[in-house]
Design a protein around this ligand. Structure first.
Ligand code: GLN
Length: 314
């Protein structure tokens, strides 16, 4: 990216940010947490990091938010590293389910959750992270996310974790069913705490864009030069984002936006254009699928304006 290009993209991103700043109130069906104060509901940040290290920011890029389901991407990568592709595939599939993120359905023929981007599969991936106990697993997850983001200060927000542990019947239910079916083993509270700790790690939009850029850059953080994940796993991680990253809107996203991405219930979205860049978007206010209303609209237009759709004619 040369100086001229950098400035042009900066201007275009500022325009897009301004255009979508007040977009879509009528499409919002909920916020996370539901009682989020009004001023927090209006946060809107957009950040990009190129594989050459160029960065762009527009709006609220220093506001921190919990990763929630976006964490599934990076924990899946760690599970692949700890267990190898074959073993992970035996335990969790790569097929889109077409069901909501917290659905209690499984790939029964193959005796595993459909994919690691919905809760059932993400709980299995958390179960597959190596470590003697929750603390060791969470420490390893943190070290991994810090390498992706280049931010050594990433941490689990304990208040958010406690809040999630309190209203957690669905994930517990999923785990009990999966243990009864032999899909997970061990202590269920530990599995859930590991998964929810990853969900409760807070980042800002700039951190998130670097995490995406690390995937775009074959697993090496473009700012620090540190390897966050083995190159051989990057393809598998990004593929499952493409097919399953946006819950039950994944197919629509693939056709309209056409960029591998993952969303979370806090209103965050990370998207990755392999070999080019990663972007992080944060805007609370969720649509019926649990995806950020403004985030989705912004990404759709960015894809069109910059010609990012991976299957579009060049
Ligand atoms: N922590 C949330 C949960 O497991 C994450 C879900 C999400 O972001 N969709 O319920």
């Amino acid at each position: 990216v040369d100086k001229e290009e950098e400035a042009l993209v900066r201007r275009q991103l500022d325009e897009l940010h301004a255009k979508y700043r007040t977009f879509g109130e009528d499409q919002v069906v909920g916020y996370y947490p539901p009682d989020a104060p009004d001023d927090e509901r209006h946060h809107f940040g957009l950040a990009g990091t190129n594989v050459d290290g160029t960065q762009w920011q527009a709006g609220d890029c220093s506001v921190r938010f919990p990763l929630h389901s976006v964490s599934k991407v990076f924990t899946y990568g760690l599970a692949l590293e700890d267990n190898g592709t074959a073993e992970v595939l035996r335990r969790v599939g790569v097929e889109p389910s077409g069901d909501p993120f917290n659905s209690i359905t499984f790939d029964e023929a193959n005796h595993r959750p459909h994919n690691p981007m919905i809760n059932a599969g993400a709980l299995v991936a958390a179960n597959l992270v190596a470590g003697r106990d929750v603390d060791e697993k969470v420490d390893r997850i943190l070290a991994c996310y810090r390498a992706y983001s280049g931010n050594p200060e990433l941490a689990v927000d304990q208040r958010i974790l406690r809040q999630q542990l309190r209203s957690n019947d669905r994930n517990l239910g999923l785990c009990y069913i999966m243990r009864s079916l032999g899909m997970i083993d061990g202590d269920i509270d530990e599995v859930v705490e590991t998964y929810l700790s990853a969900c409760s790690i807070t980042v800002n939009a700039a951190d998130l864009s670097v995490m995406g850029a690390t995937l775009a850059n074959g697993g090496v953080n473009p700012l620090t030069g540190e390897r966050a994940v083995a190159r051989e796993h990057v393809r598998d991680i990004v593929s499952v984002m493409m097919t399953c990253g946006m819950y039950d809107a994944a197919g629509q996203w693939a056709s309209e936006v056409g960029i591998p991405a993952k969303s979370g219930v806090s209103g965050d979205i990370v998207f990755v254009l392999p070999r080019y860049f990663g972007f992080g978007v944060y805007s609370p206010g969720l649509d019926v699928h649990g995806n950020s209303v403004r985030g989705v609209a912004l990404c759709r237009e960015m894809s069109a304006v910059f010609g990012l759709h991976v299957f579009a004619d060049p």
